[in-house]
Design a protein around this ligand. Structure first.
Ligand SMILES: Nc1nc2c(ncn2[C@@H]2O[C@H](COP(=O)(O)OP(=O)(O)O)[C@@H](O)[C@H]2O)c(=O)[nH]1
Ligand SMILES: [Mg+2]
Length: 291
């Protein structure tokens, strides 16, 4: 059975507790933790909520107070590649989080919003299937894919893709990467070269490192964000599988702990199941606030 969302839990709590006493607030803390907010943050939030609580407050007021407390913790960013510049967006993340799928979705997203070309770079050269997967996406969506052979240097793929964009007077390169994460040293070494090439080929402020996180993995996502942020620095996050996640508190946890902003959400398997992250919408959904 699917896990209850924080919003559903909260609703049940209001029904269950006739009086909003300490027990009620303890239960809110538990629900926040189950929603992947992280224990420490959950306790801090509920302490604040208690402080501002006045008797006879309605459910709606309590949810509004909660949203007001959460809002400053969530960070949000939008990436707008300028038409006449060369931009490189490098997608990072461990295996299976949805990097290749997100690269394809992002390609579709930007293609309809840019005059200049969008190019997918198959820089996950580690798995042959990853190259084919991206090429197939390219065929289906009409977005150009630049790929080299299986096992070739991923930096060279990014180089060629950026070169192709440059030759057309600017454009956006979205680079898929391999998700190997044996240990941090390894990760740093693997990413450093590709990082150097991407930053030298992209115009000023047009190189973005975007971490892809699976919303269903919970607090594990926070750990992944820490590792990648330390290794190469993360400019923004794509939260995938948000459709199958009953939680999503990870956006709050990461914003508060690491200050990394959310950029996009993936909400399904279709190319169009993808949107920019919006804090207000996110908190409305997370808390189950009535609109
Ligand atoms: N439901 C759902 N599935 C997704 C989403 N994004 C990716 N997936 C699925 O997650 C699986 C792994 O995706 P993939 O892009 O290959 O991950 P990668 O290893 O990081 O490149 C695939 O079966 C995708 O269809 C999403 O937003 N929602
Ligand atoms: Mg992949």
């Amino acid at each position: 059975m699917a896990k209850k969302t924080f919003a559903e839990n909260l609703k049940a709590l209001f029904g269950f507790h006739k009086q909003l006493n300490n027990e009620f607030f303890d239960d809110i803390t538990d629900s926040l933790i189950e929603g992947d907010i992280g224990a420490r943050t959950a306790v801090e939030i509920v302490d604040e909520l208690k402080k501002s609580y006045k008797s006879n407050e309605s459910e709606d007021q309590i949810i509004d107070n909660l949203i007001a407390l959460l809002a400053p913790m969530v960070k949000e960013i939008s990436f707008d590649p300028p038409d006449t510049k060369v931009s490189v967006y490098l997608l990072l993340g461990v295996n299976g989080v949805g990097k290749t799928t997100s690269a394809a979705k992002m390609g579709v997203w930007y293609k309809t919003r840019m005059r200049q070309p969008v190019i997918l770079a198959a820089a996950d050269t580690f798995r042959a299937a990853a190259i084919e997967q991206l090429q197939l996406h390219g065929e289906r969506t009409g977005v150009r894919v630049i790929a080299h052979q299986h096992g070739s240097d991923p930096g060279a793929v990014v180089f060629d893709a950026a070169q192709a964009a440059s030759a057309q007077g600017g454009g956006l390169v979205i680079a898929d990467t391999a998700g190997r994460l044996h240990n941090k040293d390894n990760l740093v070494r693997e990413l450093q070269k590709i990082d150097r090439i991407a930053s030298s080929k992209a115009d000023t402020d047009c190189y973005k490192k975007i971490l892809v996180l699976d919303a269903t993995t919970g607090q594990n996502g926070l750990r992944q964000a820490e590792v990648f942020h330390e290794a190469i620095g993360v400019d923004g996050i794509i939260l995938t599988k948000y459709d199958s996640s009953a939680r999503g508190g990870i956006a709050i946890s990461i914003g508060k702990t690491l200050g990394i902003p959310m950029a996009f959400v993936g909400t399904g398997e279709k190319y169009t199941d993808f949107d920019v992250f919006n804090t207000e919408t996110y908190l409305t959904e997370f808390t189950g606030k009535k609109e």
